[in-house]
Write a protein that binds this ligand. Structure first.
Ligand SMILES: [Zn+2]
Length: 264
């Protein structure tokens, strides 16, 4: 990686840096981080964080691939590479942003292959964090609710989402977020699936939320929110809706919408 960008090979998979190149790379403070063991080959995987302001790195690494912004890379990498890339992005970001001890302000150092950081003065340990967030398909009868943020490209609508606050259950976070964003009361909430979301270290908990009311009252957060029929939802999933598109079909929002539209 170079900053947040991921090195991708010509075959559109993660580029593998071999031993002939590795010693020549000027590493950033984050250096080498252990990602895990590949189950089939038993080979260890590491992410290499190259120093950004070293032109030698650019020159060297561009002989085996090209640097791609993370969101773009996650849209085309094969499923086998997605988990590695996601873990690499999250870990790398956490290490870059936790270089000083929150208790005494002294430098921290990466230990145990990047599994934690330790303060070199007070020895306090810090572990990578994961922030739980809820993302919910709000449904009522045969309609679903999607909203859009003013900063998104025109026509993009998505499921509602928000972070779980301290002291809240997942269900409470879902009901609060929906009430805050669109003024709709939620009854039953059911779990659908979860997805690590490495921007920078969220865990998206995907839910289906049954609405008890249908009148939408917009607050500041969203520019618009609407109810869509199942027929419209199918058109959005298929990319044939004349006004609305979804943001990213592989993300939780896209999967929730597709599953509901196609009744999986
Ligand atoms: Zn300390």
């Amino acid at each position: 990686m170079l900053g947040d960008e991921i090195l991708v090979g010509d075959d559109q998979t993660l580029a593998v840096v071999n031993n002939s190149i590795l010693p020549q790379i000027i590493l950033s403070d984050t250096g080498l981080l252990f990602l895990g063991i590949e189950p089939q080959t038993k080979r260890p995987w590491f992410v290499i964080s190259a120093q950004e302001n070293a032109p030698e790195n650019q020159e060297l690494l561009q002989t085996i691939g090209r640097f791609v912004p993370p969101r773009e890379a996650l849209s085309f990498l094969p499923p086998s590479d997605l988990a590695l890339a996601g873990r690499a992005l999250s870990l790398n970001n956490w290490h870059q942003n936790n270089r000083f001890c929150a208790c005494c302000g002294t430098l921290t150092i990466s230990t145990a292959g990047g599994e934690k950081r330790e303060c070199i003065s007070c020895e306090r340990e810090y572990f990578p964090r994961v922030d739980p967030a809820v993302i919910m398909m709000v449904v009522k009868d045969d309609a679903c609710l999607l909203g859009r943020n003013a900063s998104w490209p025109e026509g993009v609508y998505s499921t509602l989402a928000g972070f779980v606050e301290p002291g809240e259950s997942v269900e409470e976070a879902c009901r609060r977020e929906v009430m805050e964003e669109v003024g709709i009361k939620i009854g039953d909430v059911s779990y659908a699936f979860s997805q690590p979301w490495p921007f920078p270290h969220s865990m998206m908990i995907a839910l289906v939320a049954q609405a008890l009311s249908s009148k939408i009252t917009l607050e500041d957060e969203l520019e618009d929110a609407r109810w869509f029929s199942r027929k419209e939802a199918i058109a959005i999933v298929n990319g044939t809706h004349d006004q609305v598109t979804q943001p990213f079909s592989r993300a939780s929002s896209g999967v929730l919408l597709r599953n509901w539209a196609l009744k999986k």
